[in-house]
Design a protein around this ligand. Structure first.
Ligand SMILES: Nc1nc2c(ncn2[C@@H]2O[C@H](COP(=O)(O)OP(=O)(O)OP(=O)(O)O)[C@@H](O)[C@H]2O)c(=O)[nH]1
Length: 815
């Protein structure tokens, strides 16, 4: 294998490796974009430095239109004195810069990059001299088009919520992904087009034939090529050699025979020479006759080259050819000059204009075999090139070649070696094609990806700073909130104990008071009855009724008194609970929210309890009527009726003094001592000691006296009997039905029912406050966790983007 072939193979391998690496890096960049998009949507709306961009913009505007470049940059940097801006700066690589090749810079200088983005630049293309962060408005690919009027304090800025920015950012990321997909398609696209143009009869067709070692294109001494003929490898047509005549190149699809006509090889010359504007272009699928596959120009495993032979330049064809050359897919323009004629006017015109589009032109000076004074010719043509295309002239060793295509074809036919000049030209063309292809297809992709990664690093640093700031804020909130939370827990515990104690104490007090009071009342019923005036024996029944009514009424009064005491106790309990509630309110910094909760709670209190609920934060008074209706103070008294026995009392023991006064004349006073009716045994004992007759007489006399005395006594003591009997009967009935216990239970229950809701309210409100505080803390912790996660995520993202950016930058170096 010759050195040339080896070098070609190496070049092709290097190029293939660049494509593969760039392809991988583009895919990785796209993965990062997807990842940020997902993170932005689900975990952390990406913090976008809107305010700083606006401030930077304002600073630039204030500096005036002439203050561009690094001075403007320094001004905007000086605004980033906040701690977060410092953090962002410290996180960015130093020096931070977009990767720009010389060519990139020229593209940037025109104000647009390959993706159509307006690229801000600091004029020099370099970072700030101190290596500080570039202006945030330097974001290019990931810059949001917010169409703001750029006023830092504008309402628009304020009203743009985080979520809206996140949504816009998400859309931007999606657009980037779509663009990267297109770039990947370009990078993986192996086709490259070489347009062969030049003066009439310069030998363009002959050159194409010589390059593919195949006499396929017709050539003649007369101008013969009348339409563009694209020669491509037959592998692009499933290996079939075929000629397609295409009326509309935009519609052409080799799989759709309606979009072209198949031309026989024998008819090719006629079509090429006599095209009457029926066809725009020919597509010639052929096989390169180079021996080894990797030597083929058309198909070498790395780049599939299409050679496009064009009509010779003249006034008619100049414009069309210029337009053709401007097409994006034309990687290389080969300009063929007839060594005998030098540059014609049309040729000069083309070269001057082509310089605007394709800085470098590959120039083949053909028919050099016909030149006798080769040095002179070479010198004259190079002088012309220097004037027409200085950049080409600067690289003339690689870009300007003096050859004879005709001789090369002859050598091929005869099987002899190619001339050295032709081989060198071929080699240069191959490497120039690969180089141009890198510039036209790989470099834009490389530049775009690096800009994406630059923006990514900037936003990642910005978000690390934002997350760090948020973590600090939350930490300080948690620190400030902790004592309050602990005090709240302690206060809740104490308040709960105190309120329960107030409730229990009140119930106990009411029970004790009711029991003592009603017990005393039942014991002293007879005293109450004595207050009723006795109208005399004739109104005894009515008197008895009055006594009974007076006792019942007194009992009712005393029960009511107990009720009032219960009300008073409830009131006191509420006052104490209200004081506890006041203390609770003092702890409630978020009183509005808690009051709303109170209202909510109060509305949930059953209607029955409304009378004792807190209204407007103050206690309502409680009346006895609010205590559950007494109804009947005693079931037994409801049905009590006077009985005859209430008027007769055979038990004298309770008032012996009265009886003795009535029977003072009786001689047997002593005998009647103690209980007369109950001491028959004593009488019998006396009779036995006094003798039978005497005793019998005495007994009769005594009996008579007793009888008379008793009747007298009963009549005279009838009112006392009534009082005594009735009070005794009522007391007995009340005791039997558990009067005292029932009222003590009732009032204790009522007290509990009246006070309990306040206790619950207090405890419930405290619980709400504790829960609200716990909720707040939990929310802080959750937000801190999110921020910590974002801090780690964006820090890693920044490093990944940086590494990837370095890897992409290294693709353009020949490592
Ligand atoms: N002596 C000599 N003649 C050449 C050479 N190359 C081409 N010719 C002759 O020049 C004439 C024109 O060649 P073409 O290949 O048709 O030239 P062209 O530029 O394609 O012509 P148009 O397409 O009509 O503009 C033919 O007669 C070729 O044989 C060369 O290297 N040396």
């Amino acid at each position: 294998m010759s050195a040339t072939r080896e070098e070609q193979e190496i070049q092709q391998r290097i190029f293939a490796d660049k494509c593969r690496r760039l392809h991988t890096h583009l895919l990785n960049t796209k993965t990062l974009l997807k990842d940020i998009g997902e993170y932005n949507r689900s975990k952390w709306p990406v913090h976008y430095p809107l305010a700083r961009i606006a401030r930077a913009h304002e600073a630039q505007t204030a500096a005036g239109p002439t203050a561009g470049g690094s001075s403007g940059l320094r001004r905007s940097n000086s605004m980033l004195n906040s701690s977060d801006a410092t953090l962002v700066n410290s996180l960015m690589p130093t020096p931070l810069r977009r990767s720009m090749t010389t060519d990139d810079m020229s593209e940037y200088a025109t104000g647009s990059n390959s993706s159509g983005q307006t690229a801000a630049t600091n004029g020099s293309g370099d970072p700030d001299a101190a290596g500080r962060l570039l202006d945030p408005s330097d974001l290019s690919v990931l810059k949001l088009d917010l169409r703001l009027s750029y006023h830092a304090d504008s309402d628009v800025m304020g009203s743009l919520e985080e979520s809206s920015i996140a949504r816009l950012f998400d859309e931007r990321l999606t657009q980037c992904e779509v663009h990267i997909d297109k770039l990947i398609a370009r990078v993986t696209d192996k086709s490259s087009k070489i347009l062969v143009t030049g003066d009439l009869n310069a030998g363009k067709s002959t050159l194409v034939n010589a390059l593919i070692r195949h006499d396929i294109l017709p050539f003649d001494q007369q101008p013969c090529t009348m339409l563009f003929c694209e020669v491509v490898d037959a592998s692009q047509n499933d290996g079939i050699e075929e000629i397609h005549a295409i009326p509309d190149i935009q519609q052409y699809n080799r799989l759709n025979p309606l979009t072209y006509a198949v031309v026989k090889m024998s008819d090719l010359e006629d079509i090429v020479m006599e095209n009457d504007e029926q066809y725009q272009q020919l597509k010639i699928y052929t096989k390169d006759s180079h021996g080894a596959q990797n030597q083929s120009l058309l198909h070498n495993g790395v780049v599939d080259v299409a050679l496009i032979d064009s009509p010779g330049l003249n006034r008619d064809s100049l414009k069309t050819t210029q337009l053709f050359a401007r097409q994006e897919e034309i990687d290389v323009v080969v300009f063929v000059v007839n060594a005998e004629n030098h540059f014609t006017l049309s040729g000069q015109d083309f070269l001057l204009n082509a310089g605007n589009e394709k800085a470098h032109i590959f120039i083949v000076v053909n028919r050099f075999d016909a030149i006798r004074r080769k040095d002179r010719c070479e010198r004259m043509i190079l002088d012309q090139i220097r004037d027409l295309s200085p950049l080409t002239y600067a690289e003339r060793d690689e870009l300007v070649h003096f050859v004879s295509a005709h001789e090369q074809l002859a050598a091929d036919r005869e099987g002899t070696d190619s001339s050295e000049a032709f081989s060198r030209m071929e080699k240069s063309l191959r490497s120039f094609t690969l180089e141009q292809r890198f510039k036209s297809k790989l470099a834009p992709a490389q530049r775009y990806a690096m800009n994406v990664l630059f923006d990514m690093q900037y936003l990642a640093a910005e978000n690390v700073a934002a997350a760090t700031k948020r973590i600090q804020e939350i930490n300080s909130l948690l620190r400030e909130g902790m004592p309050k939370y602990e005090i709240l827990l302690q206060e809740r515990k104490e308040s709960s104990q105190q309120s329960e104690s107030i409730l229990d104490g009140s119930c106990e007090e009411v029970r004790r008071h009711t029991t003592t009071h009603l017990t005393n009342t039942t014991i002293h019923l007879q005293d109450i009855a004595e207050k009723v005036a006795y109208p005399g024996i004739l109104s005894l029944w009515s008197y008895a009724e009055n006594v009974l009514l007076t006792m019942v009424s007194h009992l009712e009064h005393e029960v009511s008194e107990c009720d009032r005491f219960a009300c008073f106790t409830i009131h006191q309990a509420r006052d104490e609970l209200a004081r506890l509630d006041e203390q609770r309110r003092a702890l409630d910094s978020d009183s509005t929210a808690t009051e709303q909760q109170n209202q909510h709670m109060l509305s949930a209190v059953p209607a029955k309890d409304e009378g004792i609920a807190l209204l407007d934060g103050s206690m309502t008074s409680v009346t006895a009527s609010q205590i559950a209706s007494i109804g009947s103070i005693s079931n037994a008294l409801d049905t009590i009726q006077l009985e005859l026995s209430d008027f007769v009392d055979l038990d004298f023991s309770h008032n012996w003094g009265a009886l003795t006064s009535i029977s003072a004349s009786a001689s047997l006073t002593l005998l009647a001592s103690k209980s007369m009716a109950g001491n028959v045994v004593t009488l019998l004992r006396l009779s036995s000691t006094m003798g039978t007759a005497t005793a019998r007489r005495a007994m009769v006399a005594a009996a008579a006296l007793i009888g008379i005395g008793s009747v007298f006594y009963m009549v005279s003591d009838m009112d006392a009997t009534v009082r005594r009997k009735l009070s005794s009967r009522v007391s007995l009935m009340l005791r039997d039905e558990g009067f005292v216990q029932r009222h003590a239970d009732r009032l204790t229950t009522e007290t509990s029912r009246a006070v309990r809701p306040f206790v619950w309210h207090l405890q419930h409100t405290f619980q709400r406050m504790v829960e609200a505080e716990e909720h707040k803390r939990a929310d802080h912790l959750r937000r801190r966790h999110v921020a910590q996660d974002a801090q780690i995520y964006f820090d890693e993202l920044r490093l990944k983007a940086q590494e990837l950016s370095n890897a992409i930058r290294s693709v353009s170096s020949n490592e």
